[in-house]
Design a protein around this ligand. Structure first.
Ligand code: PCA
Length: 218
């Protein structure tokens, strides 16, 4: 008996904050070019714009009918892949988005719940990336910019319209070219893609998350 490949949607963001590339997109398209066995991966680039980002994600979900959605974003300064545990219902932008919008303390979804947990097995995802030789950890906050906004939008879509989808968010470090003149952590796009492939397979295959600490004291 042959099983059909799992339909996976991977999203990455366009560059923002004056950067020329976004490692999330560089890695997402690599994963789609060379997907893990047993998966069919589509990569879609998302605008770094409040509101539009969620609209584009909704359109991609409707077009692709994925079983698994992995949204990826750049977290400049973080040293490893961070699997986000929770999305919160707040937009509070430290910098303007790519359309010049800078919401302060606005809900992502009016009257939506305060937060959603990732529907990915976050601990198993971290363990899988590490096993593939790629540094990874659990993150307790995706921030309050467009990445958290998209993550919350994804979780809300899953909760209200697409209960069959499993989805979550992974933040990734800068690629080396972005920090060639700064002493800031970075990771090659190929390594990011290797970690994401492992995360994707773990997200698909893990029914019950593993019990292993991913906590933080601050
Ligand atoms: N990172 C930003 C938005 C787009 C991206 O790649 C963030 O972490 O919110």
């Amino acid at each position: 008996m042959s099983t059909l490949p799992t339909r996976v949607l991977v999203t990455g963001f366009e560059p923002f904050d004056g950067e020329h590339a976004n490692p999330s997109w560089e890695a997402a398209r690599r994963v789609a070019q060379h997907p893990p066995p047993g998966t069919n991966v589509t990569a879609v680039q998302i605008s770094c714009v409040f509101g539009a980002a969620i609209d584009e994600l909704r359109d991609a979900i409707e077009a692709q009918s994925p079983e698994l959605v992995l949204c990826i974003g750049q977290a400049g300064g973080r040293p490893d892949l961070t699997v986000e545990r929770v999305a919160i219902n707040v937009d509070d932008a430290r910098i303007p988005d790519n359309a010049g919008r800078q919401p302060v303390d606005e809900p992502v979804v009016q009257a939506g719940p305060a937060a959603y947990f990732s529907s990915l097995p976050v601990k198993a995802c971290v363990a899988a990336a590490r096993k593939a030789g790629v540094p990874a950890s659990v993150s307790q906050t995706a921030g309050t910019f467009v990445c958290n906004h998209l993550f919350y939008g994804l979780a809300h879509l899953i909760a209200t319209q697409h209960p069959g989808i499993r989805g979550g968010f992974v933040h990734v470090p800068y690629v080396p070219a972005q920090v060639a003149h700064r002493a800031v952590p970075s990771m090659a796009a190929d390594d990011i893609a290797t970690g994401l492939r492992a995360i994707l397979v773990a997200a698909r295959d893990t029914v019950t998350d593993i019990r292993e600490t991913g906590g933080a004291t601050h």
